[in-house]
Design a protein around this ligand. Structure first.
Ligand code: FAD
Length: 425
């Protein structure tokens, strides 16, 4: 079993991805070479700005090359809670934006000819308990009534075998929007697209310090490869956010997500387990997400703890047991890859755009980032360029905790609570 992501093992960083020396001066410097940073860079450069993406590793070093590749609507908080917390008007706008985020991803793939095996055939939620199926039925009615949204299809228990070769779930709901991407092909395709419009992709350039230039509105940036000046700076580091700007770090914390993938399955077994080749997730607090890879492996992610520092081999064994529980057909099937990456979560479970001491940021997608990160990258870029004056993600107040200074000491407590909820709900 390899302890590296299947996705980059299958599709490594392309050798012809153009990288740049560190420029001396740019209009906008972007910290982080994932979907957020690359999408923002592409938008800014298309508008005529000079842009450098500063990435401490290689492009796609973070979650963007190694995730589950599931593209769907919604935010981590849940749309009904968004309505309760922020009111119906904001709720409707947020929902609309999450649908636009999926459209925007599809549009970018088409415009830039990014071949990332996008399935585009929807996403399936499967109910872990009978009560979860009842909650799905309520959501089905609520979204039709409050949002005039009709892309969900409820699947009663007796229809589950049409969608999944498993008998452990109590119903489900297909959303006929989104689908699955090959995450590594998507991130490298986005990087190629950004490079084509003139973005400098600077790899192995860890940003160590950002300070305002005295008497000037710009910034002096120190990286592990040298110094540069920028008029504006965007932090796009999501689950990898460090203490560069303390106040920004205090708005997001890191949670680990762990994945495994099997050897390729026979075409017959693929068809039996996932007849419509959908990406899927279950409804637990410690949820599992699973799908077939384009070459026919079953891949699954999840965790039974929130720490980003768990032993990947032990996590792989726990995930394998869950996989075999869901699909007994996979008993004895070799696991070829296991890996982990970092999610960025905010205290209100909402994605945010913001500005601290003149430095912009966009992050906090909490497991919905494949579609949302590219979209927030575009939105923050339009704010920076003055092409738009507002974004709902910049207007929602961004809370932190007075007890949080970059060390997420509360994760074991939250994890214990999630375990309790999974046991009783
Ligand atoms: C295992 C896993 C599975 C997931 N599955 C899904 C899914 O199925 N669907 C979904 O919607 N979302 C999923 N997500 C979430 C999704 O991948 C992320 O929300 C998204 O990739 C975030 O993109 P980003 O560009 O904001 O951050 P990232 O891709 O994480 O990029 C941040 C980058 O910042 C760089 N960086 C940090 N500090 C510095 C510095 N000081 N200097 C220079 N560079 C720096 C890092 O090296 C990193 O490359 C998953 C995440 C993980 C980890």
């Amino acid at each position: 079993m390899k302890t590296i992501p299947f996705w980059t093992d299958n599709f490594p960083r392309p050798a012809d991805l153009p990288v740049s020396p560190l420029p001396q001066q740019v209009d906008v410097a972007i910290v982080g070479g994932g979907y957020t940073g690359l999408s923002a860079a592409r938008t800014l450069a298309k508008g005529g700005a000079s842009v450098a993406v500063l990435e401490q590793g290689n492009i796609g070093n973070g979650a963007s090359s190694m995730n589950g590749g599931q593209v769907g609507s919604g935010v981590k908080l849940g749309i009904e809670k968004v309505f309760k917390q922020f009111g119906a008007e904001v709720g409707r706008e947020v929902w609309q934006k999450t649908i636009e985020a999926v459209d925007y991803l599809e549009q970018t793939l088409a415009e830039e000819h990014i071949d990332c095996d996008y399935t585009g055939n929807g996403i399936l939620a499967v109910a872990y308990r009978p009560s979860h199926y009842k909650a799905m039925a309520r959501k089905f009615e609520w979204t039709a009534r409050e949002l005039d949204y009709h892309k969900f299809e409820l699947l009663p228990p007796d229809r589950m075998r049409d969608e999944i070769g498993s008998d452990v779930f109590f119903g489900g709901m297909v959303e006929h929007v989104g689908g699955g991407v090959h995450p590594a092909k998507y991130v490298f395709g986005l990087a190629q697209a950004a490079a084509r419009v003139g973005v400098c992709l600077c790899e192995q350039a860890e940003v160590l310090n950002i300070r305002r230039v005295v008497g000037n509105s710009g910034f002096q940036i120190t990286t592990s490869r040298g110094e540069l000046k920028a008029n504006e700076v965007l932090i796009a580091t999501n689950g990898y956010t460090g203490p560069l700007v303390r106040k920004i770090q205090r708005g997001v914390f890191t949670v680990g997500s762990y994945m495994i993938s099997t050897e390729p399955l026979s075409p017959e077994l693929q068809k039996e387990l996932n007849p419509n080749n959908r990406v899927m997730y279950d409804t637990k607090w410690f949820l599992n997400y699973f799908r077939l890879t384009p070459d026919g492996r079953m891949t699954m992610g999840g965790r039974n703890n929130l720490s980003p520092n768990l032993d990947v081999r032990q996590s792989a064994e726990n995930l394998r047991k869950t996989l075999v529980h869901i699909f007994p057909q996979l008993q004895g099937f070799p696991i070829t890859h296991t890996w982990t990456g970092r999610l960025g979560i905010t205290f209100d479970l909402m994605p945010h755009i913001g500005r601290v001491n003149g430095i912009y940021y966009a992050f906090g997608y909490g497991g919905h980032g494949v579609a949302l990160s590219g979209y927030l990258g575009k939105e923050v870029a339009e704010l920076i360029a003055g092409q738009s004056q507002r974004s709902v993600f910049a207007e929602i107040p961004h809370p932190t905790s007075i007890f949080y200074y970059g060390n997420a000491w509360f994760l074991p407590i939250v994890a214990a609570y999630y375990r309790f909820l999974d046991a009783v709900s």
